[in-house]
Design a binder for this molecule. Structure first.
Ligand code: AMP
Ligand code: ZN
Length: 665
C-alpha cells in the first residue's frame, strides 16, 4: 500500500474509533490497540510531513501552546437566554409569542447543560475554528484546545451538511472525570476544584493544549446557525447534528403545548440527579425555524427560546458539631456534621466548611439551624444560618488552635486560607497519607499493598516513613489482621518490584507539595538525577520551564530538611531509581543549555515536534513567541511574515534545519 493511503486509512479508522468511544460510548477496540494504531500513525506522519492534515486524530493529544488567545468576532452573534421560574412565566411567554406568529407552535425541550458555551465553525466538513462566547459579539479563538476534546468531530460524518455553518454547544465536565481530577489534586496537596462548571470554562483558556487533552471534557451541541442551511426545525437540526457525528444528548423532546413542557420539566427536575453531568434547567425553543425567524431577537436574547431554571434544592437542618480533618500535607479542613437530611436524592450528613474565614463569615455555631444547598458543587454547601432560631446561650465558634490528631499548635501562612499542622514527622494522618500517596497507582504502584494496610503498618509501629517499606519482612507482616501466607508474599514481592519504577515516578511518589506527575517529569528530565534536584537553588529551579516560585520553594524546603535527605539516601541504598535510566539518557546532551529557541515554519527532514524534542533533549528551551530573550529561530519554509519582521526588528538570527541539526551533531 502507498504511504499516503496507509496514513489515510489509519486516520479514517481512528476517527471511527474516537466516534464510537466518545460520542456513542460504545468502543469496539481496546484502549491498547487504539494506542498502538495511534502511535503508528504518529510515526508515519512524522516521517511524512507532506501529508499533514489539520483534522488528523493525532492532533487530539494537544501540544500547541497559546500565550494570547486571538479575539474573533462572531459571524452570528451568541445570545443569552431569558429565564423563567414558573408555569405562569411560561404561559406569559406563550401569550407574547402567539401574538407575533401565525399557526400552532411546537416546542423542542432540551436540557440546559451547565458548562461553558462554544461556537464551532465547520467548512467543507472540517472544523475550522472554535470560539468562546466572550461577550456574545466577540470571543477568544481556542481552537487548539478544543481539538483535544475527542467527542468533537474534526471531520464530519455522513453527508448533506452545509458548506459552511456554526454549531453551538456547551463544554461540560462530567462528574466522574471531575471527581478524578480532584482526587489527583488532593494527592499533590492542592485545593480541590469547587465545581465542574468553572473547571470546564477554565480549561478552555489553558495555555498548554496538552493539559486540556488530559481533562475529560465533553461537548454537547444544541444549535446550528448559518445561511442556506436547508433545515426546517430545531428538532430536525439536532437529529442532523447527531448524524454528522456530534454528541447530542437524547433527552431532547418535541412537544405541542406548555403543559407538556411542564411535564418535561417535572420529569427532569427529579431525574437530573441520575445524569452523569450537571444541568441547571431546561431550554424551551420554538421548533419551527420559520417561526423563529419571525420572532427574532431582543437586545439580549432570542424571543423564540426560554430557559426554565430548576430551583437549587435547599433544606435546613441542625449543625451537630464541627470536626477537623488533617490531610496528607497537614492541611486542616473543618467539616460540618449535620443532622441527616434528604437533599436532591441523597442523605446529607456532612458539608465542608472550607476554612476559618468561611466559618467566621457565616458566623456558624454548633446547635444552629443552617441552610444547606446542593447546587453546582458536589459536596453540599452551607449557605447560612437561620438566626431567628439561634439559642441565646450559643457562643461563637472558636477555630481550633491545635492539631486534633497530634496536639501540635497549628500555623497559618500569610495569604493562605488554610491552617496547617507543622508536625511533619510525628502527625499520624500525615505520615499515613504520605505513605499512601507513595504506594498509589500513579506513583510506585505497589501491588499487594493497600491504603488500609499502610495505616495498619504505621499503627503497629512497623513503619514510620515510606523508606521503611523496603525493610519489611514477611515474618513481620504475617501477624497483621487479614494477612495470610499468600498475601504477605505478594506484599513483599510488590514492594521489591517497585524498585524498577522509573525516576520521574519515584520523584512524584516522594510527595513533595505541588510536585504532581507533570512537574515531576519536568524536573526529572531537566536535572536527570535526585542529587542535582536536591542541590538546585530556588533561582535555579524557577528557571526550569514551567516551574513557578511556589513549586521551587516547596522543592527546596523538602530537600532542605535533614529527615528527607536521609530518607532519600535510604531509598537509594535500597536500589530505587533515583536517576534517569541509560535508555532515557540516550540522545540527551547539554549542547544547547541556555538557548531559548523558537521553531517556526514547515520542515523537511524532521517534524516540528521532533525538532522541539531535539531542542529539549539537548538542554535547550523551546519558546512559542519571539522576544528579546530568543537566542535564535529555527526557520522552515512558510514562516509567517509578521514573525520574520519581529525577528528582524529584534536582530534575532534565523537558521535552517540543516544548520540546526549540525549544531547538535
Ligand atoms: P445564561 O448563561 O443563563 O444566559 O444561559 C444561556 C446559556 O445557556 C447559553 O449561552 C448556553 O451556553 C447555555 N445552554 C446550555 N444548554 C443549552 C441548550 N440546550 N440550548 C441553548 N443554550 C444552552
Ligand atoms: Zn498534627
Amino acid at each position: 500500500m502507498k504511504t499516503k493511503e496507509l496514513i489515510e486509512n489509519l486516520r479514517t479508522e481512528l476517527r471511527e474509533h474516537n466516534y464510537n468511544y466518545y460520542v456513542l460510548d460504545t468502543p469496539t477496540i481496546s484502549d491498547y490497540d487504539f494506542d498502538i494504531k495511534l502511535k503508528e500513525l504518529q510515526e508515519l506522519e512524522a516521517k511524512h510531513p507532506e501529508f499533514f492534515d489539520a483534522s488528523s486524530p493525532t492532533l487530539r493529544v494537544g501540544g500547541e501552546v497559546t500565550k494570547n488567545f486571538e479575539t474573533v468576532v462572531h459571524e452570528h452573534r451568541m445570545y443569552s437566554l431569558d429565564n423563567s421560574y414558573s408555569k405562569e412565566d411560561l404561559l406569559d411567554w406563550e401569550t407574547r409569542i402567539k401574538k407575533l406568529v401565525d399557526g400552532d407552535i411546537q416546542y423542542t425541550c432540551e436540557l440546559k447543560y451547565d458548562g461553558a458555551s462554544i461556537s464551532l465553525t465547520y467548512e467543507n466538513g472540517n472544523l475550522l475554528k472554535a470560539v468562546t462566547r466572550g461577550d456574545g459579539v466577540q470571543g477568544d479563538n481556542v481552537t487548539a484546545n478544543i481539538k483535544t476534546i475527542k467527542s468533537i468531530p474534526l471531520q464530519l460524518k455522513g453527508e448533506g451538511y452545509p458548506i459552511k455553518f456554526d454549531i453551538r454547544g456547551e463544554i461540560v465536565l462530567p462528574f466522574d472525570g471531575f471527581n478524578k481530577m480532584n482526587e489527583e489534586r488532593i494527592e499533590i496537596g492542592e485545593e480541590p476544584y469547587r465545581n465542574p462548571r468553572n473547571t470546564a470554562s477554565g480549561s478552555l483558556k489553558l495555555q498548554d493544549s496538552a493539559e486540556v487533552a488530559k481533562r475529560p471534557l465533553e461537548c454537547f451541541l444544541y444549535n446550528i446557525t448559518g445561511s442556506n442551511l436547508n433545515i426546517k426545525t430545531q428538532f430536525d437540526s439536532l437529529e442532523k447534528a447527531r448524524a454528522w457525528g456530534f454528541k447530542v444528548p437524547n433527552a431532547a423532546k418535541l412537544v405541542n403545548s406548555i403543559d407538556e413542557v411542564l411535564e418535561f420539566v417535572d420529569y427532569w427536575n427529579v431525574n437530573r440527579h441520575d445524569l452523569p453531568y450537571e444541568t441547571d434547567g431546561v431550554v424551551i425553543k420554538v421548533n419551527s425555524l420559520q417561526q423563529q425567524e419571525e420572532l427574532g431577537y431582543t437586545a439580549k436574547a432570542p424571543r423564540w427560546a426560554m430557559a426554565y431554571k430548576f430551583k437549587a434544592e435547599q433544606v435546613s437542618t441542625i449543625l451537630d458539631s464541627i470536626t477537623y480533618q488533617v490531610g496528607r500535607t497537614g492541611a486542616i479542613t473543618p467539616v460540618a456534621n449535620l443532622k441527616p437530611v434528604e437533599l436532591a436524592g441523597t442523605t446529607v450528613k456532612r458539608a465542608s466548611l472550607h476554612n476559618a474565614d468561611q466559618i467566621e463569615k457565616l458566623d456558624i455555631r454548633v446547635g444552629d439551624e443552617v441552610y444547606v444547598e446542593k447546587g453546582g458543587e458536589i459536596i453540599p454547601k452551607i449557605l447560612g444560618v437561620d438566626f431567628t432560631k439561634r439559642i441565646h446561650s450559643s457562643e461563637p465558634t472558636r477555630y481550633i488552635a491545635h492539631c486534633p490528631e497530634c496536639g501540635t499548635e497549628l500555623v497559618r501562612q500569610e495569604g493562605e486560607a488554610q491552617h496547617y499542622c507543622p508536625n511533619y514527622n510525628g502527625c499520624k494522618p500525615q505520615i499515613i497519607g504520605r505513605i499512601q500517596h507513595f504506594i498509589s497507582r500513579k506513583a510506585m504502584d505497589i501491588e499487594g499493598l493497600g491504603g488500609e494496610t499502610v495505616a495498619l503498618l504505621v499503627n503497629e509501629g512497623l513503619i514510620s516513613d515510606y523508606s521503611d517499606l523496603y525493610e519489611l519482612t514477611k515474618d513481620q507482616v504475617i501477624p497483621l489482621e487479614r494477612m495470610a501466607e499468600k498475601s504477605a508474599d505478594n506484599l513483599i514481592q510488590g514492594i521489591a518490584l517497585s524498585k524498577n519504577i522509573p525516576f520521574e515516578r519515584v520523584l512524584f511518589a516522594l510527595g513533595i507539595r505541588y510536585v504532581g506527575e507533570t512537574v515531576a517529569k519536568k524536573l526529572a528530565k531537566h536535572y536527570k538525577n535526585i542529587e542535582a534536584i536536591a542541590n538546585a537553588t530556588e533561582e535555579d529551579l524557577v528557571n526550569v520551564d514551567e516551574i513557578g516560585i511556589k513549586i521551587a520553594e516547596s522543592v527546596s524546603v523538602f530537600f532542605g530538611a535533614e529527615v528527607n535527605l536521609n530518607m532519600v539516601n535510604r531509598l537509594k541504598q535500597f536500589g530505587l531509581q533515583l536517576e534517569l535510566s541509560e535508555e532515557q539518557l540516550i540522545g540527551q546532551t547539554n549542547i544547547l543549555t541556555g538557548d531559548v529557541i523558537v521553531v517556526s515554519g514547515v520542515f523537511e527532514k524532521v517534524s516540528r515536534n521532533e525538532l522541539k524534542k531535539l531542542i529539549e533533549d539537548n538542554g535547550g528551551k523551546v519558546s512559542s513567541s519571539i522576544s528579546s530573550k530568543t537566542s535564535y529561530i529555527v526557520a522552515g519554509s512558510n514562516m509567517g511574515p509578521s514573525k520574520k519582521e519581529k525577528a528582524n526588528k529584534l536582530g534575532i538570527s534565523l537558521i535552517d534545519e540543516n544548520e540546526f541539526l549540525q549544531k547538535i551533531e
